[in-house]
Design a protein around this ligand. Structure first.
Ligand SMILES: [Zn+2]
Length: 440
């Protein structure tokens, strides 16, 4: 491989020089000298810089002799001298690296004030219940979209969601020449003018090298997100919410987002217009970075939702948060393409995860504490979007206290709207002993 005569420099972001061509990747910034400045007009043929967005290490696995100039998790920078003939497939894509872009941001966030209702719900993220679901799903030989065991996995999730009080439905989807399914589970909110909050993950798995019949446990990709949907479903079912909750487990993701594309295409305009947020989980189980890190990937249309998630992480978890507005290769993309605010939550540095899409994507590589923190972040953000129904405690509508030597009268209008009267012969202590407050 050759990197060509591209001159570049990777510097800490704070030191980025003004006026230089630059692109930010979290704590690092890539600076480069424009080719025309160095080589004159003839430089049109000089190699430029290309941005690769990849799932797992899929691009590097296919092109092991291309050495990236910069490797930042899901994103690589390569020289156009190394450009492969293909521009994209389901797992990676190549585009020109535009100067002045922030490919990955590390937002500086101050935690919000802790909300007691949210904190209580967040504290109930239950690792054993999540582990049970993920272990069951990863125990199937495969969840290939066209396999009988995919249907078995869908049956498992369906029964769980029905038992939790959700109304479920399956829609058939096409995956190439074959058929698979999406599972949709609804629970209505109790507010007026209800909007819709959608939580998604793809249930299918794949073994790219081995084919449809090969072993594909898909523990991280995406048993981790599917079990996440079930755990969030369990938590959210313990409360009443103002808005409607919809959970979706997609099929056909690994073959090219078939399930989510067909779902969004069929979503009625009235439903599209009332979506508050789509939260997608795809690979939330492997720790690839020194500190537990989550990548929030959205688009300008989902900037507000992305900020809500980042603030939730800062308030309720110890996660390091990276953000990107460069959506790719998971079920949030069809929603974003339709102008619906969607965000992907995914383990940081996912390109370092070389186990996915193979028989090696097993429970051995799941980091339960990272997963639990991502679920806590997601729970807090969802509580904000769904808005808890707060039942106010009954209070008397008003009261009057009259006193005379040796006598106290309390008149109160109760919740029943009737006037209640109680007389005391003793002292103010009697009022206090009944829970009253004496103001003097
Ligand atoms: Zn996936």
């Amino acid at each position: 491989m050759s990197t060509g005569p591209v001159r570049y420099l990777v510097v800490p972001t704070v030191d980025a020089a003004r006026g230089a061509r630059s692109a930010r990747f979290g704590e690092k910034t890539l600076l480069w000298v424009p080719a025309e400045q160095r080589l004159g007009r003839a430089s049109r043929t000089a190699p430029g810089l290309l941005l690769v967005t990849q799932v797992g290490g899929s691009f590097q696995a296919e092109y092991p002799d291309v050495t990236p100039l910069l490797d930042h998790g899901r994103y690589l920078v390569i020289s156009s001298a190394d450009r492969p003939r293909r521009r994209s497939n389901h797992c990676w894509r190549i585009e020109h690296l535009k100067p002045g872009t922030t490919v990955v941001d590390v937002p500086r966030l101050t935690p919000a004030r802790t909300d007691a209702t949210v904190a209580d719900l967040v504290s109930q993220v239950d690792l054993p219940s999540y582990q049970t679901d993920l272990t069951w799903l990863a125990g199937l030989p495969t969840r290939h979209s066209l396999s009988a065991t995919f249907t078995q996995a869908m049956d498992y999730a369906d029964h769980k969601l029905v038992a939790l009080g959700y109304q479920t439905a399956r829609t058939q989807i096409t995956v190439g020449a074959g058929h698979s399914a999406n599972l949709i589970a609804d629970r209505a909110g109790t507010g007026t003018n209800r909007e819709l909050v959608i939580i998604t993950a793809h249930l299918d798995s794949i073994n790219l090298a081995g084919g449809p019949a090969a072993n594909a446990p898909g523990a991280d990709d995406n048993g981790s997100g599917s079990a996440g949907v079930l755990e969030l479903a369990r938590l959210l079912a313990t409360r009443s919410w103002q808005h409607d909750t919809r959970l979706i487990l997609f099929g056909g993701e690994e073959e090219g987002l078939f399930g989510s594309k067909q779902y969004v295409a069929a979503l009625p305009p009235a439903d599209r217009a009332r979506v508050r947020a789509v939260l997608n989980m795809d690979m939330i189980g492997t720790k690839n970075t020194a500190t537990p890190t989550v990548l929030l990937e959205g688009a300008p249309v989902s900037q507000a939702q992305l900020t809500t998630l980042a603030t939730a992480a800062a308030t309720y978890t110890g996660l390091t948060v990276e953000t990107s507005l460069n959506p790719f290769a998971s079920d949030h993309v069809p929603f974003i393409d339709a102008g619906i605010p969607a965000v992907l939550t995914i383990e940081g540095g996912d390109s370092a995860n070389h186990h996915i899409h193979s028989a090696n994507d097993t429970l051995n590589f799941i980091d339960w504490s990272l997963t639990a923190d991502i679920l806590r972040m997601n729970t807090a953000a969802l509580a904000g979007w769904l808005e808890p129904v707060v039942r106010s405690r009954p209070r008397p509508a008003g009261s009057v206290v009259a006193s005379a030597p040796g006598r106290i009268d309390v008149f109160a209008v109760g919740m029943d709207s009737a006037l209640h009267h109680q007389a005391f012969d003793g002292t103010w202590k009697d009022v206090e002993s009944l829970g009253g407050v004496v103001l003097s």
